[in-house]
Design a protein around this ligand. Structure first.
Ligand SMILES: C[S@@+](CC[C@H](N)C(=O)[O-])C[C@H]1O[C@@H](n2cnc3c(N)ncnc32)[C@H](O)[C@@H]1O
Length: 220
């Protein structure tokens, strides 16, 4: 993304704020706001470690009710549920964005027709998510045009899932102090891994897009 040199950016549903901090590190005069209703302490800690503390504000509140003028770039990755879904998020993003601004949007898609096992594991119906084409159509219907997109690969998903369940396995088999704790945590890891491998692997996907405001393009 290419915000103006002294621009302002916001990350809605920022979590630890990694996307926001990467953007600030790449653009030394840009400042940012991270908004999350359950802001992890690690967000601010890492900001200090990276020397970004004077350029970022962390706000713990419901992003769907928050506003502070318009931003040169709006980030919302993995957090469209904060607004009630993709369409509501795109509407909200439009309100936070200056004309001609950029958006980093990350959201879930079906990469293939979901199986019954996938739907059961994820506890959703087939119409809960668009496919990639449907997501791009939705984005365009709110006046945005993708200028870049990355669909998470199966290798990336596998790394993520095995690292998630693997950290539980490590804890259970190295740190647990009782057989009961060990079995409980191992059961969670096995169940999660099984739901992924037998359920939604290669069906549930994630796409991260850079969008440009096509309704109100930046003035020449
Ligand atoms: C999957 S995490 C994504 C975090 C971050 N954007 C990232 O990509 O690493 C979703 C985040 O949305 C936040 N969230 C959910 N509902 C929210 C709301 N109503 N207002 C603000 N944040 C919300 C959660 O606390 C969580 O940190």
């Amino acid at each position: 993304m290419t915000p103006p040199p002294t621009g302002r950016v916001v990350d809605l549903g920022c979590g630890e704020g990694e996307w926001l901090q990467e953007l600030l590190l790449a653009h030394p005069e840009v400042s940012g706001v991270g908004v999350d209703h359950m802001l992890p302490a690690t967000a601010a800690h890492r900001t200090v470690g990276r020397g970004l503390q004077d350029r970022v504000r962390w706000i713990e509140t419901d992003a769907s009710r928050w506003s502070d003028g318009q931003f040169d770039a709006v980030l919302c990755v993995g957090a469209t549920h904060a607004f009630g879904g993709l369409h509501e998020t795109l509407r909200a993003v439009g309100r936070h964005l200056v004309p001609g601004g950029q958006v980093l949007l990350g959201d879930s898609i079906w990469e293939a027709q979901p199986s019954e096992a996938a739907l059961t594991a994820l506890e959703v119906t087939p119409d809960a998510l668009p496919d990639l084409a449907g997501l791009v159509t939705a984005v365009q219907s709110y006046g945005f045009e993708p200028s870049f997109a990355h669909v998470s690969t199966t290798a990336e998903w596998d790394d993520y899932q095995f690292s998630w369940s693997g950290s539980l396995v490590d804890w259970a088999l190295k740190e647990a102090t009782s057989a009961e704790d060990r079995e409980e945590v191992l059961a969670v890891a096995r169940e999660h891994r099984r739901q992924y491998l037998d359920g939604w692997r290669q069906q549930y996907g994630f796409v991260t897009l850079v969008l440009r405001d096509a309704l109100r393009p930046a003035a020449e």
